[in-house]
Design a protein around this ligand. Structure first.
Ligand code: ADP
Length: 692
C-alpha cells in the first residue's frame, strides 16, 4: 500500500473512532484537523445546516485566524450576499464536491478574494457532508497555492466528509439524548425532592415496607407516633415489633392478599405498640410499590385516631355504666325517639306496665297514654325537639290489662352528634298518691256539702227559734200580767195560800220569760239583729239597779253581797244590755254558790278602762273549761241544768254584748269559787271638747 494511501486510511479510521461524547465543536475540529493534515492543506472549515433555521452556517475552522469566521460573514455582508452564494451553495444544492483550483479565478468567491489574499490561501475544495440524500453540511479544504485537486484527493475528502456526517449525526443524537436524560434527571430529582418533602412534612404518619414486612422508610410523624426520634430506631425493624397481636394478624392477612392480587379493604384500623409500650391507633391506607410490574413493597399512610378511639372507648364504658344504671335503677326508666316510639325500657318500667320487653319496644306512646296525656306528650316532644328542657309532668297510662295508672316523669333530651335524637325518662308510679288525692277531694266535696246542709239547718233552726220564742213570749207575758193583777188583789181578795201559789206561778213565768228572751237574743245575735242602743250610761247606777234586782234571790240563799265599788265616770253603752250582762253573771254566781256563801262585786277604773268583777265562793270552774263556758249551749255538767236550771246560753249572750261594747269578758277560778271579769273602754276625754 502506498504510503500516501495508508495515511489517508488511518485518517479515515481516526475520524470514525472520534470519541462522540466530546463536545460537537471539538469533534468537528478533530475531523478538520485530521483531514487537513492528511491533505497537507493550508487550512479548512466546516459548515453545518442549522436544524432549526435550515441556514448554512460556518461552525468550525482549522489553521485560520481566530476571527476568520467572523471575517467571512463580514465580507458576505459587505457584498450583500449570503455565505451560500459561494461554491458551498452549489454543494448544498447538488450534493457534489466543488473543487476551486484558483480562488481568484472563481467569480463565486469574489466577496472573499481579499480575505483569501490576506490569509494566504489560493485553492479550495468544498465537499458535502450528507445524510442519505440530504446535505447537512460541508467540509472545506483550503490549499496555500493554486492547486488542481486530483480525483483521489476529492474522494478522500468526500469520504472524510461522509465519515464526519455520521460522527455529527451521532454527536447530535448524543446531545439530544443527553438533554433528554438531563431533563429526565432533573424532573426525577425535583419530583423526588418534592416527594421527600411531602413525605417528611406530612402531618400523617407515612412509611414504606418491603414485602417481608420490614420498614424501609418512615416520616417524622410516623416516628412520633411510634414514640421514636431517629429513623434508625424503625427502619430495618419488622412490623411485628410494633403491632398489637390482633393488628399483626390483620396486616399479615393484607400481605397475603397483596401476594395473591386480591383487593385490600381501605382503610384498616391498626393498633400500634409504641416504643414506651403505650398503645396508639391509626387508620391506615395502603398502596402498593411496583417495580417492573412486580409489587416490591407497600406504602402506608396512617391517620392517628388514638384520641377518637379513646373517646369511643370512654363512650362505650360510660354506655355500659349507663346500661347498668338503667337496668338496675329503682325507678322506671325508658327512652323514646322523637316520634314517641319506645327504644328501651328497664325492668322496673316493664313491671309497672306489666309487659314484656318485646311488647313495648317499637310501640308508640300513643298506644299507652290516654288521649289527654298523649296531647300533653305531643306538645312536650315538640318543645324538647327545640332543645327546651322541661320540668316533671304527670301522665295517665292505660296498662295492657286496661287498668289506669298515673306516673310522674322527669325527661331529658338525648343529644347525639349535635342533634336531639330522643328523650330519656325516669318515671315514678304515683297512682296511690293520685287515688289518695282523689279521695281527699271527694271527702272535701262531701264535707263542703254537709257544711252547707248544716248552715241551712242552722238557718232553719234560728228562724224557728225566733218564731217560736215570739209565739211563747206573748202568752207568757200576758200570764205574768194577769198573775200580778190577781196578786195585787185588784181583782178581789185572795187568801195566803192562794198568794203563795201565785208567787210560784209568777217566779216560774219570770224564769220562763228570761229563758225565752235568752233564746230570742241568741237567734237575734245569729241573725245580727240584736240592735244596741248606745248612749252615755253610768256604770254605778247600772250596778246598783242590778244588785237591787237580784237581792231577793241572794237573800233566799242567805248569800252575802259585798260591794267594793268606786265612783266611775260614765261610759258609752247600752244600759239595758249591760244590766242584762251583770244580772246574768250575778244570777249565775247565786246559782252556783251554796247557802250562806259570799259574792263580791268590784268596780274600778284605770286610765283607759272600766273594770268590773264578780267573785263568788261557789263550786268553781275547772281550768280547762274556762274558755268553753262562753260557747252557746255549753254547760260544764249537763246534768246540772236540771239541778240549777238554764240551758247554757247566758254567758254566750254576755260575751256578744261585751264584744259589741269593744270590751272583754273572761273567767278565773281557783277551785273554791269563780271570778268573772269585765273590762270596758272608757270614753276618751279631749280637754278641748266636752267629750267624744
Ligand atoms: P246557764 O244558763 O246554764 O247557767 P250560762 O251560759 O250562764 O248558762 O253558764 C254556762 C255554764 O257555765 C253553766 O252551766 C256553768 O256550768 C258554768 N258557770 C257559769 N257561771 C258559773 C259560776 N259562777 N260558778 C260556776 N260555774 C259557772
Amino acid at each position: 500500500m502506498e504510503k500516501n494511501e495508508s495515511k489517508k486510511l488511518k485518517a479515515l479510521s481516526d475520524i470514525a473512532s472520534i470519541d462522540i461524547t466530546l463536545e460537537l465543536d471539538n469533534i468537528l475540529l478533530e475531523i478538520l484537523k485530521t483531514t487537513c493534515e492528511t491533505m497537507n492543506a493550508h487550512s479548512g472549515t466546516m459548515m453545518l445546516v442549522d436544524e432549526d433555521s435550515n441556514e448554512l452556517k460556518m461552525v468550525s475552522s482549522y489553521g485560520l485566524p481566530e476571527d476568520y469566521i467572523e471575517r467571512v460573514y463580514k465580507a458576505a455582508r459587505k457584498a450583500g450576499l449570503p455565505i451560500s452564494s459561494s461554491p458551498s451553495g452549489d454543494v448544498l444544492r447538488t450534493g457534489n464536491p466543488y473543487p476551486v483550483p484558483d480562488i481568484f479565478k472563481e467569480p463565486k468567491d469574489r466577496p472573499w478574494f481579499e480575505l483569501a489574499r490576506q490569509i494566504g490561501f489560493s485553492a479550495q475544495l468544498f465537499t458535502p457532508i450528507s445524510q442519505g440524500l440530504k446535505v447537512i453540511g460541508l467540509l472545506n479544504i483550503y490549499m496555500e497555492k493554486v492547486h488542481d485537486f486530483t480525483e483521489e484527493e476529492i474522494n478522500f475528502v468526500t469520504i472524510a466528509a461522509s465519515q464526519a456526517s455520521s460522527v455529527v449525526q451521532n454527536a447530535r443524537m448524543c446531545m439530544k439524548l443527553e438533554g433528554k436524560i438531563r431533563e429526565t434527571h432533573e424532573a426525577l430529582f425535583y419530583s423526588e425532592a418534592r416527594y421527600r418533602e411531602l413525605f417528611e412534612n406530612a402531618q400523617d404518619p407515612m412509611y414504606t415496607h418491603d414485602m417481608k414486612g420490614f420498614f424501609r422508610s418512615i416520616n417524622k410523624a410516623g416516628l412520633e407516633q411510634l414514640g421514636c426520634t431517629e429513623n434508625e430506631e424503625v427502619i430495618g425493624t419488622h412490623i411485628s415489633r410494633w403491632l398489637a397481636p390482633e393488628s399483626y394478624k390483620l396486616v399479615e392477612e393484607r400481605f397475603r392478599k397483596i401476594y395473591f392480587g386480591e383487593p385490600l379493604d381501605q382503610p384498616v384500623i391498626i393498633e400500634v405498640i409504641c416504643k414506651n409500650g403505650t398503645h396508639r391507633w391509626g387508620e391506615v391506607r395502603t398502596s402498593l410499590i411496583r417495580h417492573e410490574n412486580q409489587v416490591i413493597g407497600t406504602h402506608g399512610i396512617a391517620r392517628d385516631i388514638t384520641e377518637k378511639k379513646k373517646l369511643e372507648q370512654h363512650l362505650r364504658e360510660s354506655e355500659v355504666k349507663y346500661r347498668e344504671l338503667f337496668e338496675n335503677a329503682q325507678e322506671a326508666m325508658y327512652t323514646i325517639d322523637m316520634n314517641g316510639t319506645f327504644l328501651a325500657m328497664n325492668n322496673v318500667g316493664l313491671n309497672a306496665l306489666r309487659v314484656r320487653k318485646d311488647e313495648i319496644i317499637g310501640t308508640n306512646l300513643s298506644e299507652w297514654l290516654t288521649p289527654e296525656s298523649m296531647e300533653t306528650a305531643r306538645h312536650r316532644l315538640s318543645e324538647f325537639a327545640k332543645g327546651i328542657q322541661l320540668g316533671p309532668m304527670v301522665y295517665e297510662i292505660v296498662r295492657k290489662d286496661g287498668e289506669h295508672i298515673w306516673i310522674e316523669v322527669n325527661n331529658r333530651y338525648i343529644m347525639e352528634g349535635g342533634k336531639i335524637t330522643g328523650i330519656h325518662g325516669i318515671a315514678r308510679d304515683i297512682t296511690e298518691k293520685k287515688r289518695l288525692e282523689q279521695k281527699i277531694k271527694d271527702y272535701h266535696a262531701k264535707l263542703e256539702k254537709s257544711y252547707e246542709e248544716l248552715l241551712e239547718a242552722d238557718r232553719i233552726k234560728t228562724e224557728f227559734m225566733s218564731n217560736i220564742t215570739h209565739e211563747l213570749l206573748t202568752p207568757l207575758t200576758s200570764i205574768k200580767g194577769f198573775v200580778e193583777l190577781i196578786d195585787d188583789e185588784t181583782m178581789g181578795k185572795i187568801n195566803a195560800e192562794q198568794k203563795k201559789s201565785l208567787e210560784i206561778i209568777k217566779r216560774n213565768s219570770e224564769r220562763l220569760i228570761r229563758l225565752i228572751k235568752e233564746l230570742l237574743d241568741t237567734s237575734n245575735l245569729e241573725n245580727n239583729k240584736l240592735g244596741l242602743q248606745f248612749r252615755l250610761v253610768s256604770v254605778n247606777s247600772i250596778l246598783s239597779r242590778t244588785i237591787q234586782d237580784i237581792h231577793p234571790q241572794a237573800n233566799d240563799k242567805q248569800i252575802t253581797i259585798i260591794k267594793d265599788i268606786q265612783q266611775i265616770p260614765e261610759i258609752w253603752g247600752d244600759e239595758e244590755r249591760l244590766v242584762q250582762v251583770l244580772t246574768n253573771l250575778l244570777i249565775n254566781a247565786i246559782k252556783f254558790t251554796p247557802h250562806e256563801g259570799k259574792i263580791t262585786i268590784r268596780a274600778a277604773e284605770d286610765i283607759e278602762h272600766v273594770k268590773i268583777s264578780i267573785s263568788d265562793t261557789g263550786i268553781g270552774i275547772p281550768a280547762d273549761k274556762l274558755k268553753n263556758i262562753f260557747d252557746r249551749f255549753y254547760q260544764i255538767d249537763g246534768s246540772a241544768s236540771r239541778k240549777y236550771g238554764g240551758v247554757g246560753l247566758g254567758l254566750s249572750i254576755c260575751k256578744s254584748i261585751i264584744d259589741r261594747h269593744f270590751g272583754t269578758i273572761w273567767a278565773e277560778s281557783n277551785g273554791h269559787g269563780s271570778t268573772f271579769h269585765i273590762v270596758l273602754p272608757k270614753l276618751r276625754y279631749d280637754p278641748g271638747e266636752n267629750n267624744v
